[in-house]
Ligand binder design. Structure first.
Ligand code: FES
Length: 294
């Protein structure tokens, strides 16, 4: 079967010159959220989808894509068949899509603030194409308000074309480049208690890494209790054992995701998927773990 001749994610993901735009924009996004202190962190967590279990951006994009798709069909029906009701509904849906596009952009910015390298270059291209689409739709809405139907529909058609290319890039960021997929989605761990470390090797307040049936795990002892989680951060794959403890949570050293030691729940993003957690017991001087259902 013939395949698409140019893989857009490879085309935009490799050129280093895109870093000149991608990195400053990312730093600005990080500063924006950090400048608001705890409130900024809460807003970013909300936008990252910590409460939802996956990035909010992916869910919101359905709104503008759906609204703009219906609107463009009705726009052309109204223009070429003279159906004025279709045109009025198209105006309404274009405005709905416009609002949805702005919401999706804000959520996307939160995700973009903590991604890396190739994905960041594709992400900035995705954002710029969407920015152009929003400009085209802004001009289209202004023309609609003035009753300039032909140019309004032409601009909306241009915006929709840009949106399609940009949506394809967004999909490739996830399906080809693995952006923000759960890094523990396929991990298998021991379902029976398995010894992983001598209990004496884990003093109070310390972190260790170990292997449980071939799976890398994170261990910590806090207030005398031993906790075990998967060691691969669900956000981007860094080792939690290189992070630090905060009360009964661990903070990933890469982008600051915080996981509850007791059950792996995400306390702060950018991770949105929980960490794998384990039942833990100490027997005959050994720490034993058993993976909980994930
Ligand atoms: S890898 Fe990004 S927060 Fe852990």
């Amino acid at each position: 079967m013939a395949t698409v001749p140019v893989e857009l994610d490879r085309l935009f993901g490799r050129p280093n010159y895109l870093d000149q735009i991608a990195e400053p924009v990312q730093r600005a996004a990080q500063r924006l959220f950090a400048s608001q202190g705890t409130t900024g962190l809460k807003i970013r967590d909300f936008l990252n989808g910590v409460w939802l279990g996956h990035p909010l951006h992916a869910a919101i994009t359905d709104l503008p894509v759906g609204a703009f798709t219906t609107a463009i069909a009705l726009d052309h029906l109204g223009l070429w068949a003279g159906d004025r009701r279709a045109s009025r509904v198209a105006d309404f849906l274009t405005a709905v899509g416009f609002g949805g596009a702005l919401a999706a952009a804000i959520a996307g910015l939160a995700d973009y603030s903590e991604i890396e390298a190739e994905q960041r270059r594709v992400g900035i291209t995705h954002a710029m194409l969407n920015g152009l689409a929003v400009l085209a739709y802004t001009a289209s809405l202004l023309r609609r308000a003035r009753g300039q139907r032909g140019s309004a529909v032409a601009l909306a058609t241009l915006g929709y074309g840009l949106l399609l290319v940009s949506s394809d890039l967004g999909g490739r960021m996830v399906y080809h480049l693995g952006t923000l997929v759960n890094r523990q989605a396929w991990t298998q761990g021991p379902t029976e208690f398995t010894p992983v470390l001598a209990a004496a090797s884990l003093p109070e307040g310390q972190i260790r890494s170990a292997s449980a049936g071939g799976m890398s795990i994170f261990l910590a002892r806090v207030n005398g209790q031993v906790y075990a989680l998967g060691n691969v951060c669900t956000h981007w794959g860094c080792s939690l054992s290189e992070g630090h403890l905060e009360d009964t949570s661990v903070v990933c050293h890469c982008h600051g995701s915080r996981f509850d030691l007791s059950d792996g729940a995400v306390i702060n993003g950018p991770a949105s998927a929980p960490e794998i957690s384990f039942d833990v017991r100490e027997r005959d001087g050994q720490i034993e773990v058993r993976m909980r259902p994930y």
